[in-house]
Write a protein that binds this ligand. Structure first.
Ligand code: CTP
Length: 435
C-alpha cells in the first residue's frame, strides 16, 4: 500500500494548489470540531491514478451540516443545507463547491461501538459503493492527513486494472452499475474481473427494470466515454442489447457505421482549426434499429428526448433522400441539405458508407462559417414584397456564397438585382409563351 507521506505528496502534486489547501483547511476545522472527515469516492481513485478530478466529496463522521457551518465561519463563503439528508454544500469564496455528507445516524447512535465507530461508519458508506476502485477514502484530519482507507483492496485493483464489485448482489441492487462498469472499463482501459463479469451476466435481465430515463443517460455517458464500436460490442457481449431485442446483425451494422462515423468526425476535426462540438453521439446507432421498426416503442423504452427524436427523424428522412451525396458543388449540396444538422448528415454518411463523401464534408466546413450577407429587410429595401419566396431567394444567395460567387454584401446586392431582372425576364417570357 501507499504510505501516508507518499499519498500526501501525490495529493500535493496532483491537485490544484487551492484545492489542496482547502482540503487541509477542512481537516483542521473538522479536527477542532472533533469530527473525523474524509475525502471519498471518484476523486480518491483519480488521485491514485494521477488523473485530474475536482469533484470534491467529503464524508464527515457525525454532523456534516455542522462541519459545513464551521467551514463557513472559519473561511467564509456560503452554506446550502439539506437538513433531511444531513448534507450540505459549502460554496467557498474562491468559487469551489464542496459537498459534505454526514455519515449515517443509525450508526452514530450506537454508543457501544465507540472505539470502532470511526472506521465502521465510514466502512458502511464505502460498502454501499459500486466498485473497489470507487470505495476508497483519504483521511483529512490534521493528525492523519493523507491516510488511505481502502477496506476492499481498491488500490491493488487499480494496479491490476480490475473493475470489481464489492459483493455478489451489487448488480442486482443497482443494474445501472453494469453500464458504469463498462464506462470505467473504457475510460481507464480496465476490465471486469472474472467474478464480476459473471455476476453482471447473471443479473443482466434486470436492466429492463431500470427506468428509461436512466438508460438514456447511462447510454449517452457510455458512448461519450469510449470508442463506439468497442462500447457496442461490449454491450452485446454482456447481453445488454439482447435484453432490448437487438440482434447480432443489427449490432454489427451499427459497429461498421460507428467506426466510419468516428473516422469522419476526426477527419473533419483535423481540418477544423477549432472544434467546439462534442464527438457525435453513437447513441443513435443503438437506437436506430428500433426506431425504424417501432418509433413508439423506442421512445418509450429509452425515454427519448425531443432532441433525440428530432435527430432520429432527420436521419430517417435523409436516408430516404436519393442521390443527395452526388452533388459536388457546395451550393448544390446546400440546396438539398440546408435543413439538416451536421450530426444527421455525418450519421447518414457513415451509416450508408457513402463513397466520395469529401464534397459533403467540405460543404459542412463551409456552411459552418457562412456569414449572413442579406436579411429579409435588405430584400424589402431593394423594393421586393415580403413573402415565402424570401427564404428561397436567401437560400439561393447562400448557395452562390458557398460556391464562392458572392463574397461581400455588395456582391450580394448585385446578385439580387440580377436575380430580380432574371425573374422579371422569366415572367415576361412566360407571358409571351402563354400568348
Ligand atoms: N455510485 C455507486 N453506484 C452507482 C452510482 C454511483 O456506488 N450506481 C458511487 C460510486 O462509488 C461513485 C460515487 O457513487 O464513486 C459517485 O458517483 P459518480 O459521481 O456518478 O461517479 P464517479 O466515480 O465520481 O465517476 P465520474 O468520474 O464519472 O464522475
Amino acid at each position: 500500500g501507499l504510505s501516508t507521506e507518499k499519498l500526501m505528496e501525490k495529493m500535493e502534486q496532483q491537485l490544484p494548489e487551492d484545492v489542496y489547501r482547502l482540503l487541509k483547511e477542512i481537516g483542521e476545522t473538522a479536527s477542532e470540531l472533533e469530527t473525523p472527515v474524509f475525502l471519498i469516492g471518484g476523486i480518491v481513485r483519480d488521485i491514485l491514478l494521477d488523473r485530474p478530478n475536482e469533484d470534491i466529496d467529503i464524508v464527515a463522521e457525525g454532523d456534516g451540516i455542522r462541519l459545513a457551518r464551521g467551514l463557513k465561519d472559519a473561511y467564509g463563503g456560503e452554506v446550502v443545507e439539506h437538513e433531511s439528508f444531513g448534507t450540505a454544500t459549502w460554496l467557498t469564496t474562491s468559487g469551489l463547491s464542496i459537498d459534505v455528507v454526514s455519515s449515517r445516524l443509525e450508526y452514530y447512535e450506537k454508543p457501544a461501538a465507540l472505539p470502532e465507530v470511526e472506521t465502521s461508519v465510514l466502512g458502511d458508506d464505502l460498502q454501499r459503493r459500486d466498485f473497489t476502485i470507487n470505495a476508497m477514502a483519504i483521511r483529512l484530519n490534521e493528525e492523519a492527513f493523507g491516510e488511505l482507507i481502502d477496506p476492499f483492496g481498491g488500490q491493488l485493483d487499480l494496479v491490476n486494472k480490475n473493475i470489481r464489485i464489492l459483493h455478489n448482489i451489487s448488480f442486482i441492487e443497482d443494474p445501472t452499475r453494469i453500464f458504469r462498469a463498462i464506462r470505467f472499463e473504457e475510460r481507464f482501459g480496465f476490465r471486469m474481473d472474472e467474478q464480476t463479469e459473471k455476476f453482471a451476466l447473471e443479473s443482466i435481465d434486470k436492466v429492463v427494470h431500470v427506468s428509461p430515463q436512466r438508460i438514456n443517460e447511462e447510454m449517452k455517458r457510455l458512448f461519450k466515454e469510449g470508442k463506439p464500436e468497442k462500447v457496442l460490442r461490449r454491450l452485446f457481449q454482456l447481453q445488454v442489447f439482447q435484453q432490448f431485442g437487438i440482434q447480432e446483425a443489427q449490432m454489427e451494422a451499427a459497429c461498421t457505421s460507428a467506426t466510419t462515423l468516428v473516422k469522419l468526425y476526426w477527419e473533419q476535426a483535423q481540418t477544423e482549426s477549432a472544434i467546439d462540438e462534442e464527438q457525435p453521439s453513437a447513441f443513435e446507432y443503438f437506437l436506430l434499429p428500433f426506431y425504424g421498426d417501432d418509433k413508439l416503442f423506442a421512445s418509450a423504452k429509452f425515454a427519448l428526448t425531443k432532441k433525440d427524436l428530432n435527430l432520429l427523424e432527420e436521419i430517417t428522412e435523409l436516408q430516404t433522400e436519393t442521390n443527395w451525396s452526388e452533388a459536388t458543388q457546395p451550393g448544390d449540396i446546400h440546396l438539398r441539405l440546408h435543413t439538416y444538422s451536421d450530426e444527421a448528415i455525418l450519421f447518414v454518411l457513415a451509416a450508408e458508407q457513402i463513397p466520395g463523401h469529401d464534397s459533403v464534408i467540405a460543404y459542412l466546413h463551409l456552411r459552418r462559417s457562412l456569414s449572413k450577407l442579406l436579411t429579409g429587410a435588405d430584400l424589402m429595401t431593394a423594393g421586393m414584397k415580403p413573402g415565402p419566396h424570401f427564404s428561397a431567394i436567401l437560400l439561393n444567395m447562400e448557395a452562390c456564397q458557398l460556391n464562392g460567387d458572392i463574397t461581400s454584401k455588395d456582391d450580394a446586392l448585385q446578385w439580387l438585382s440580377n436575380y430580380e431582372e432574371n425573374r422579371i425576364r422569366e415572367v415576361t417570357a412566360d407571358e409571351i409563351d402563354t400568348r
